[in-house]
Design a protein around this ligand. Sequence first.
Ligand SMILES: NC(=O)c1ccc[n+]([C@@H]2O[C@H](COP(=O)([O-])OP(=O)(O)OC[C@H]3O[C@@H](n4cnc5c(N)ncnc54)[C@H](OP(=O)(O)O)[C@@H]3O)[C@@H](O)[C@H]2O)c1
Length: 253
Amino acid sequence: MPHAYRAYPPGKPDYTALDLPPAPAHRPYILVNMVASLDGKVAVEGRERGLGSPTDQRLMRELRVNADVILNGAGTLRASGTSSRIDAEELQAIRRERGKPPSPTAAVISRSGDLPLDRRFFTAHDEFDAVLYLATSAPDDRRAALVATGRPVIDVPPHDTLPSALRHMRHELGADVLLVEGGPTLNGALLQANALDELFLTVGPLIVGGTHGLTAIETSTTPTVDGLTRMELIHAIPNPETGEVYLRYRHRP
Ligand SMILES: NC(=O)c1ccc[n+]([C@@H]2O[C@H](COP(=O)([O-])OP(=O)(O)OC[C@H]3O[C@@H](n4cnc5c(N)ncnc54)[C@H](OP(=O)(O)O)[C@@H]3O)[C@@H](O)[C@H]2O)c1
C-alpha cells in the first residue's frame, strides 16, 4: 500500500483538519469534492440533489473549513445555486481560531456571462464574499449586469481562463487552499490544466441509470489508455449507517 494511505475506522471521517502540502507559487493547492451514485452519475433531474446523505453534506461543510476559496463552474450556479457558507457555528469557530473569516470566498468561473443574477451568489453580500471570473469575450451587456450586482468581476483571457483565475486567487486573494465543488466540466478543465491535486468522492448506495449522464469529471477529449490519470488512494471509509463510502485520492504527477 502506498505510504500516504491512512486507515480509519468505519463511520464518518473528520475533515476539519486536513494535512495538506503547501500550495505551489502560481495557484492554490486544489481539492475537488463530488458525490456520485454507484453507477458513477453526479446528477439526476439536472441537479446533484438527492445523491448525498446529511452526513455527506456535513463532510462538504467540514471540507470548506480548510478552504480559502470555493470555486464552482457556471453550470452548477445555473442548476443549483452556489455559496461558500458553512452554516455550523462550531465549524466557523475553527476557522476563526485559525485567523480565517467564517466563510471562504465563493468564486464562479464563466465564459458566457449568462448567469442567474437572483441567486445568493450575487445577492447575499452580508453572508459571504464572492468573486466572478469572467472571460473578456463575454458580451458587454452581460458583463455590465454582473458588475451591477456589486460582486467583483475579474477579467480572464478567453484562451487562459482557468490558469488566470487560479493565479488571481493565489496572488491577489492570497489563497493557499481552493476547494472546487464541481461541476464536471470545470473538474475536467482542472484535470487538463494539471491542477487537480486531490479528489474527495462520496459514493452513495444509489443507482441513477439512464443512457447518458454526467460523471465527476467530463472532458471534451477522447480518453486513451496511455492518457489515463492515476490517483493514489489516501483513504476509503465506509459508513454502514448511510451506505456511503468516503474516498480521498491524491494526484501525484
Ligand atoms: N454530484 C456533485 O457532487 C455535483 C457537484 C456539482 C455539480 N453537479 C451537477 O453538475 C451539473 C452541471 O454540470 P456542468 O459540467 O455544466 O457544470 P460546471 O462545470 O459547473 O459548469 C460548466 C460551465 O462553467 C463554466 N466553465 C467551466 N470551466 C470553465 C473554464 N475553464 N473557463 C471558463 N468557464 C468555465 C462555463 O460556463 P459558461 O457556460 O457560462 O461559459 C461552463 O459552461 C449539474 O447537474 C449539477 O447539479 C454535481
